[in-house]
Design a protein around this ligand. Structure first.
Ligand code: TRP
Ligand code: SF4
Length: 400
């Protein structure tokens, strides 16, 4: 019932690298042409794990947004904002916490997994347990229906749906719902409202599904109702009350084929990254010193690209011709590993040099990034405030 709206977020915990670019940002760049998009700097989420390093987070916020802009996220098409600048997220998080069973949070796979994998941090905190709930608030406050995330985040979208459902169930019946719904029905006009009521009776008293379909179709082509009234007439029809929070869908982003320098997932914690702003010489050095198929000890030993992390870079960067050349040359020891790496270095440089230049130019002019964010925060905040008005209303917190 609401237009398509995409929301996604990224935690500011260090320099962005090629893994972010291939795994997340390319997808965002594409989506911004197709839908209304909101892209959020999840600084509170960063604090749940990095609460001892606030300076890192502060610096990373600017660096991250600079990199977003440098790779082509367009602030004229998307809304870029900082979570903590829209304090309504915290209010919704608090209100949702009242009705969220502890077990739902304790059972989230990320809760245990992260505590294990980030064993050097103390994550037995209240804030970290609430991580998925804060994420639910991020999504629900914009009534976003599409949330592009990786596989690991899917349980967070599922819990968001469950929380929305629970909220609507508990608070979806506004006071005087029936009278308000009937007023809205009257606004359909004489003929339509009579038909609507007939169909509703057939559905509610005789369970006639065709009548339900017909009533839905009738409502689908009425234009003269406000959003709130539309929801009331739909809710009154099906006996479901008013949908205050919308259930989102996860939009799965394919796992990036681009692996780190050692063949594992590219990640800062593994020290195997190429940062978007690495200098050209650094890129060359990092690729030249990458490990290769361990069987190729000497230049004359043949190798197997399937056992070599450089191959995964060719899969992303090279043409079929180049890949054939690699395969042939590697398995026959016709080329050396440095020969093999050169085309990757060239393509990576060609991709990253302009990104780095744009990022450095933006760094020279910090007010540009600040203005983009000030603008985005203001836009986001208006949307969030609209939802919070309905939420407070539903929970009896408006006191007017
Ligand atoms: N938890 C997400 C991650 O680690 C970041 C995030 C925070 C997010 N809030 C969000 C993603 C809302 C999507 C929607 O990647
Ligand atoms: Fe890897 Fe290329 Fe060396 Fe083969 S030739 S081992 S694919 S770097």
């Amino acid at each position: 019932m609401y237009p398509d709206r995409v929301l996604s977020g990224m935690r500011p915990t260090g320099a962005l690298h090629l893994g972010h670019y291939y795994g997340v940002l390319k997808n965002w760049i594409q989506l911004q042409h197709e839908h209304e998009c909101l892209f959020m700097v999840a600084d509170w989420h960063a604090l749940t794990t990095h609460y001892t390093e606030p300076a890192l987070i502060e610096q990373s916020v600017w660096d991250m947004v600079t990199d977003w802009l440098a790779v082509g996220i367009d602030p004229n098409q998307s809304t870029l904002f900082i979570q903590s600048r829209v304090p309504e997220h915290a209010e919704l998080h608090l209100l949702l916490s009242m009705m969220t069973p502890l077990g739902w949070l304790e059972r989230m796979p990320s809760y245990k997994d992260q505590q294990d994998s980030l064993a050097d941090r103390d994550l037995s905190t209240y804030g970290f347990l609430g991580y998925p709930l804060l994420q639910a608030a991020d999504i629900l406050i914009y009534r976003a229906n599409q949330v592009p995330v990786g596989e690991d985040q899917v349980p967070h979208i599922e819990i968001t749906r469950e929380i929305a459902r629970r909220f609507n169930h508990l608070y979806g019946r506004e006071p005087g719902f029936e009278e308000k719904a009937l007023m809205a029905v009257r606004r359909l006009g004489n003929k339509k409202s009579r038909l609507y009521l007939e169909l509703r009776t057939r559905y509610t008293e005789q369970g006639d599904d065709e009548a339900l379909e017909a009533a839905r179709a009738l409502l689908a082509d009425t234009q003269n109702l406000t959003v709130a009234d539309r929801e009331r007439v739909f809710g009154y029809l099906e006996g479901s009350g008013k949908m205050i929070l919308a259930e989102p869908q996860a939009r799965l982003t394919q796992a990036s084929r681009l692996l780190g320098l050692d063949g594992q997932k590219m990640s800062k914690s593994y020290g195997n990254t190429i940062a978007l702003r690495d200098e050209p010489d650094t890129i060359t050095r990092k690729v030249r010193t990458m490990p290769t198929d361990p069987a190729r000890v000497r230049r004359s030993d043949p190798g197997d690209p399937g056992k070599c992390p450089v191959w995964s870079l060719h899969e992303v960067y090279s043409s079929d011709d180049t890949r054939r050349w690699v395969h042939e040359g590697c398995t026959t020891a016709g080329i050396g590993c440095l020969d093999c790496k050169q085309p990757v270095i060239d393509r990576m440089q060609a991709e990253l040099v302009p990104v780095r230049e744009r990022a450095l130019a933006l760094q020279e002019d910090p007010t540009a990034v600040r203005n983009v964010l000030a603008d985005g925060c203001e836009r986001a905040r208006k949307l969030a405030q609209d939802t919070m008005r309905d939420v407070r209303d539903a929970m009896g917190l408006n006191y007017t």
